[in-house]
Design a protein around this ligand. Structure first.
Ligand code: ME8
Length: 518
């Protein structure tokens, strides 16, 4: 990540149902990255939002007996509230019903028509009336039939607009051969490359208004709306200034682009890896302007996929009410391995929070604050030449910044957190070894006492600063207690800090009692 700016996006979430823990995980992951790169002095543009069109939303609205626009805006509000509760610091917000987005989508459709990348054709096939979709052989059951879940299945002939994806298939295959690193983790890149070999044909990108009205109208054929994916993917550029009427917005767009898209494993193939890359190529983006993908795994519950049918969908509002947004953010980032599925458990959340935050960092901070107040009246002056033991702890703190940056760049946030906690551990062990409470009894040990307390206070500040992308709220409280601003990558090693003035100690990480329910 040597670029001076970074453009992070997440998938925009369907507004057909309220947010679940999987949505929260993706946004927290992206937010930790956005905050981490801001701390490294990069110009970050973090875009997220909601996918408001399409059949799923139209169907959910009709079940609720309200117009799709009202339904989508109610669910949109829930997403916005959740991101606020979870301290998600996005810079751009995408709502696909926004007129600016609609204009960009229509503009792209017209461009593709003019360059002969679109054509109209008839398709005949089996169609599920209940699910309102064409069925393929993949939907047949073991008996080779369309099961009762599809309701009445009829043969239907329908005219639609198609995007000449097949014109770009060869390009996509060689692009991926030359840029396998554009997808992380590597096995997902292989999965995408294999999928390209199996794809054929073009992409149907319209739906007749007679069966789906909730979408963006074709600018040159008003009896059709745009297929939801063709509409939704464009959010990544339409809400970042691409083809804006304002030239300064357009130049900001090009200073941000290409994006790092953070998406779940279910939407790499075919949506992002095939549709989006070929769409960008057709619009005119060069190979150097292609985005990259961080593909995360799923949050499962007791080994099972979260689903309404299983009744195991975890409500992130309730979790953050019961445990606090910080505990949830911390646990998800400390335990996830980017790219792999993760089993969610409130027991693990409680265990990690209590042992690492309450007992680890919380304890370091409390004992430091209490001793500085007791032995130094709350004010600690930097000793001119700290003891070698204190210096060694301080050097570890300074080195941790590099390990954290390297782990984050390698998409290993769990390793970044582990190196911060090895620093906290060292500081607590240092406290035991130095035993400032014993040094305080002997006036000849005054310099050693100052050194020990100084190293502990400074390490608390380093650890809190390094953790701030993960725990923005709690680490601000630590900074307030140390009466000292959090450090950044540009000032951590040359900090001119020469004094700590401790405020009244407040427990920043109160223990979670194990009888709290999820
Ligand atoms: O796919 N664990 O929306 P969506 C982790 N609107 N992540 C999960 C998850 C889980 N259990 N379940 C879903 C859409 N996700 C489209 C995206 S982008 C132009 C349009 C992730 O609400 C999922 O992988 O179904 C996706 O990245 C995001 O949540 C939104 O899913």
């Amino acid at each position: 990540m040597n670029r001076p700016s970074i453009f992070i996006t997440t998938a925009i979430d369907y507004t057909n149902a309220p947010p679940h823990l999987g949505h929260a995980y993706e946004k927290i992951l992206a937010d930790c990255y956005a905050r981490h790169y801001r701390q490294r002095g990069k110009a970050v543009f973090f875009l997220t939002g909601v996918d408001q069109h399409g059949q799923k939303v139209q169907q959910a609205a009709s079940r609720a007996g309200i117009p799709p626009a009202s339904y989508a805006s109610q669910i949109t509000e829930l997403f916005r509230q959740l991101w606020q509760k979870l301290d998600i610091s996005y810079d751009g917000w995408a709502e696909t019903t926004h007129p600016t987005h609609k204009k960009v989508v229509q503009n792209i459709l017209s461009q593709l028509l003019n360059q002969n990348d679109l054509y109209k054709a008839e398709h005949s096939g089996f169609y599920s009336v209940r699910q309102e979709q064409f069925l393929t052989d993949k939907e047949r059951n073991e008996k080779g039939e369309f099961g009762p879940e599809w309701g009445e299945v009829i043969e239907l002939v329908e005219e639609n607009w198609y995007f000449r994806l097949s014109n770009y298939r060869q390009w996509l295959a060689s692009f991926l051969d030359n840029h396998p690193d554009c997808v992380f983790p590597p096995f997902r890149s292989v999965e995408l490359r294999n999928a390209i070999n199996k794809t054929s044909g073009d992409l149907c990108i319209s739906r007749p208004k007679s069966r789906l009205s909730w979408g963006i109208e074709f600018p040159f054929d008003n009896s059709f709306v745009t297929y939801v994916w063709f509409d939704a993917l464009i959010n990544y550029i339409s809400f970042a200034g691409f083809r804006s009427d304002d030239p300064s917005e357009v130049s900001s767009f090009w200073s941000r682009w290409p994006a790092l898209h953070i998406i779940g494993k279910d939407i790499l193939v075919p949506a992002h890896g095939i549709y989006w890359l070929t769409m960008l190529k057709a619009i005119g983006f060069s190979d150097d302007q292609m985005p990259s993908f961080l593909v995360h795994g799923y949050i499962n519950i007791a080994g099972e996929k979260m689903s309404k049918t299983l009744g195991n969908v975890v409500d992130p509002f309730r979790l953050s009410e019961n445990y606090g947004a910080g505990a949830l953010r911390y646990y998800l980032m400390a335990e996830c391995i980017c790219g792999q599925d993760m089993d969610f458990s409130t027991e693990r959340l409680t265990l990690r929070y209590n042992s690492e935050l309450a007992n680890g960092l919380g304890n370091l901070l409390n004992r430091t604050a209490n001793m500085v107040r007791r032995y130094r009246n709350g004010t600690l002056i930097r000793p001119p030449s700290p003891t070698p033991q204190a210096n060694s702890l301080i050097s570890q703190a300074i080195q941790t910044w590099q390990s954290v940056a390297a782990s984050m760049d390698a998409f290993k946030p769990q390793e970044a957190i582990a190196s911060i906690f090895s620093l906290v551990d060292s500081a607590n062990k240092f406290a035991e070894a130095e035993s400032p409470w014993k040094l305080a009894k002997d006036p000849t040990q005054s310099h050693r006492l100052d050194s020990a307390l100084w190293a502990m206070a400074l390490t608390s500040l380093h650890a809190a600063s390094l953790l701030s992308p993960f725990l923005p709220n709690e680490t601000q409280k630590i900074a307030a207690q140390l009466q000292s601003p959090l450090l950044t990558y540009s000032n951590h090693s040359s900090s001119q800090q020469d004094c700590f003035q401790f405020a009244e100690p407040q427990p920043v990480f109160p223990r979670i009692e194990t009888n709290t329910t999820s």
